[in-house]
Design a protein around this ligand. Structure first.
Ligand code: HEC
Ligand code: HEC
Ligand code: HEC
Ligand code: HEC
Length: 463
């Protein structure tokens, strides 16, 4: 992946701590622990700069500053003001292997709003960025650690007066190609949730300025695709009665595709008029899946963070109830899967052979049973009203994806099957609470998944 001998720089553009501008108090403690873990790991592996986003600031700027100080990672923020003060340097120069790289951190003001997040607001980006870049002195390339929307970047880039590599930490999509921003500037982005590593290799060319973008192909394909869809919407529009709801809907679609096509054309044009000798740039997104071996020292940091999280959870939340009977978990409405066994042995046997029955064990195997971000889909009842907020409050009977995760609370039905209502056929929305297309890596397909949970005579062999 990395050409031998090239100097390597590592950066991050924010939202390590949390994904959005507000966080529930019940989650903040654990997120802070995870945030510290990331800073520790970065300090261990070496990071050249990162910039906080609104998700990090949601943890509060004092906590943020304290964590940064504890772990010594270089946070950069040119336009951030917390209670009137600059809390991090605007930028820095890192020299390695004969390359001088200038790093500047920026946050989009609208993401923090006029009222601010965590005690901080962001000032207008252009003057702050210009001043920070000037202060870097002579460098081979400027990298903006950008916690901004793509639109705000596209507006800022041409105004900077010099080509810049934007590394985006706010848009959650990863871009396998460098996107042209005009005037030789490009955007790089590597997705969210730490699942991918973006790798950009720059080959400096004598006499060149700016960076070679590769985004043209994507936009050309997009224009072709959207022109086709717009044609279909036009046909619908022509067929609909003027003024009808169908006509309004179709007109909306036609306009939507037109706006997308115009934006793509503009980008293509920017890329094509963006001439002149450019530094060569190649981008690769590396999936940090199971085939990438864990780094032993980082792994041991992760293990000790998990242990701290488990200990804190046990201390903070209500102590683990011995059983449903004495739990606060709407104890009266839930029965637990074992309570269905005597009357539905066939269904119980089929269920017990599916991964649902071992969903809690799977979490325990990876020591994530106390993790606030994990337990809800690996237990029964977490999506019901009044469900406890912490994993340690879940009684053992409701560990795993039990009968009632699909059929709904069943205590009344068990007590009196004739009178107590129970859902016969859970709608797909129930599955999608957990098979949400994100945490399950998008594997869910009702056609193939539903037959594997059926337990009637027509049931297929267990998965
Ligand atoms: C005391 C016996 C008994 C217990 C305990 C019991 N059921 Fe039932 N269940 C029945 C009977 C009887 C029926 C209705 C006859 C039939 O369709 O099999 C039924 C029907 C159902 C149905 C189909 C409902 C329908 O509308 O067709 C579902 C689903 C169901 N039970 C789930 C559960 C679940 C989940 C549990 C445990 C929380 C449970 N049952 C516990 C006796 C019981
Ligand atoms: C409360 C959360 C939850 C609900 C509701 C839920 N599932 Fe699941 N499902 C899971 C989890 C968690 C796993 C993985 C368990 C494991 O491997 O430990 C899983 C696994 C599965 C699997 C096995 C996949 C594999 O890789 O082998 C199938 C099939 C499945 N679910 C189908 C369904 C269907 C169909 C529904 C709706 C009728 C549904 N699930 C509802 C959480 C849920
Ligand atoms: C939004 C619901 C949801 C949340 C939250 C969730 N999971 Fe899952 N998990 C699932 C579903 C659904 C599956 C089954 C996916 C499939 O096979 O289609 C699954 C499968 C798994 C598996 C078994 C399959 C595998 O990929 O190895 C493990 C282990 C797992 N989850 C761990 C976790 C951990 C750790 C967390 C917290 C970081 C977590 N889950 C949070 C829904 C969730
Ligand atoms: C992943 C979701 C899911 C889980 C978990 C689940 N079921 Fe079901 N169950 C279904 C679906 C889907 C049907 C089929 C409904 C239909 O076709 O009418 C069904 C049907 C039933 C029926 C009606 C008769 C039949 O077999 O079709 C009973 C009774 C039942 N389930 C009991 C249970 C019991 C008891 C458990 C736990 C031991 C359980 N279910 C766990 C999804 C689930």
């Amino acid at each position: 992946m990395q050409a031998q001998g090239l100097p390597l720089f590592v950066v991050d553009a924010g939202d390590l701590g949390w994904k959005s501008a507000s966080i529930a108090p019940t989650l903040a403690g654990q997120q802070l622990e995870k945030f510290e873990l990331q800073l520790q790991a970065y300090a261990l592996g070496g990071i050249d700069g990162w910039t906080p986003g609104e998700g990090d600031l949601a943890l509060g700027h004092e906590r943020l500053q304290a964590a940064v100080q504890r772990h010594g990672t270089p946070a950069l923020a040119a336009n951030l003001r917390c209670e009137g003060e600059e809390i991090f340097p605007a930028g820095r120069v890192v020299e390695r292997g004969g390359v001088r790289l200038g790093l500047v951190g920026l946050v989009e003001p609208t993401l923090l709003g006029a009222a601010g997040i965590g005690g901080c607001i962001a000032e207008p980006t252009l003057p702050a960025a210009k001043a920070a870049i000037d202060a870097l002195g002579p460098v081979d390339a400027v990298v903006v650690l950008s916690h901004m929307s793509a639109a705000a970047e596209a507006e800022l880039a041409p105004a900077l007066g010099r080509p810049v590599l934007f590394v985006n930490g706010h848009e959650r999509k990863s871009t396998p190609q460098a996107a042209a921003l005009g005037s030789g500037s490009v955007r790089l982005a590597s997705g969210s949730r730490g699942k991918e590593l973006g790798f950009a290799e720059v080959h400096f060319q004598a006499g060149a300025s700016g960076f070679q973008a590769e985004a043209g192909a994507d936009d050309a394909r997009k224009i072709e695709r959207f022109t086709g869809r717009q044609q279909i919407a036009r046909t619908k529009l022509d067929a609909a009665a003027p003024g009808s709801a169908e006509a309004t809907q179709a007109q909306k679609q036609v306009d939507f595709y037109q706006a997308e096509i115009d934006a793509a054309r503009k980008r293509l044009q920017a890329a094509s008029t963006d001439q002149g000798p450019r530094h060569a740039l190649s981008v690769q997104i590396v999936d940090l899946g199971k085939d990438v071996a864990d780094h032993a020292a980082t792994l041991s940091l992760v293990e000790s963070a998990k242990t701290r999280i488990a200990a804190a959870d046990a201390q903070a939340g209500p102590t683990a109830p011995a059983s449903l009977g004495d739990s606060a978990w709407k104890g009266s409405v839930w029965g637990g899967s074992a309570s269905c066994l005597s009357c539905h042995p066939t269904q119980h046997a089929q269920w017990a052979s599916t991964p649902h029955a071992s969903a809690w064990t799977r979490l325990v195997q990876v020591n994530r049973q106390s993790d606030q971000a994990c337990f809800s889909c690996h237990v029964t009842g977490a999506f019901a009203e009044g469900a406890p907020a912490t994993a340690s409050a879940v009684p053992a009977e409701l560990h795993a994806v039990g009968c009632e995760a699909c059929h709904g609370p069943g205590a009344a039905h068990s007590a009196d099957p004739a009178a107590g209502a129970i859902v016969r056929d859970p709608p797909v929305e129930v599955c999608q609470q957990c098979h949400d297309g994100k945490m399950d890596e998008g594997r869910f397909d009702l056609q193939t998944y539903r037959p594997r949970v059926l337990h009637g005579p027509a049931a297929e062999p267990a998965p």
